[in-house]
Design a protein around this ligand. Sequence first.
Ligand code: 5RP
Length: 218
Amino acid sequence: MNQDELKKAAALAALKEVEDGSIVGVGTGSTVNHFIDGLAGMRDRIRGAISSSEASSKRLAAHGIKLFSLDEIEEIPVYIDGADEIDGHFCMIKGGGGALTREKIVAAVSRRFVCICDASKQVATLGKFPLPVEVIPMAAAQVSRELVRLGGSPRLREGFVTDNGNLILDVHGLSISDPVAMETTLNQIVGVVTNGLFARRGADVLLLASAGGVERQL
Ligand code: 5RP
């Protein structure tokens, strides 16, 4: 199986995590796109979805899945999303697709976070994948200097603007031994909107696809 087939296998396994009659939290990315396509086949069994990006909203709407906003609900039972890296404590780096802020918001109102990944995303220590940091445009240079002080090498994601109208700095060269502390530290930098560490609120369930099948880890 190639990587995309593994992503699809993890995504389709996540359909079993969806509760009948519920509003589903939906992440962003190529793995989640397979999930959305699968969700279309059971759209009459759910009330609808809360989306984490314009791209996912468009795909959900194209399948006739009703979209809700966070103004309409307080909590959702389950959030399904991919990751760029996930460690043994289910802390993650996310935001390769640039949707990290809305992903973190939807994850925050979800009772369960189900991460769907192919096995290449599993790592012992987070940080080989450049850590995305969403910044207010006028603060990009100042935030970059702070990130260098923390030992990283930030690079502006060229030609990319987030759904929130902000920029992304991809931070290379970080070896993140304490993801919770790093997430907290980065959140304190003025001008940072969100960082792509999902450690304070990590995943609750991992559906990990490899050649041997999809393993459900808790
Ligand atoms: C988007 C994300 C994605 O979940 C992450 O980048 C994984 O993407 P893919 O499923 O395409 O490998 O965080 O902001």
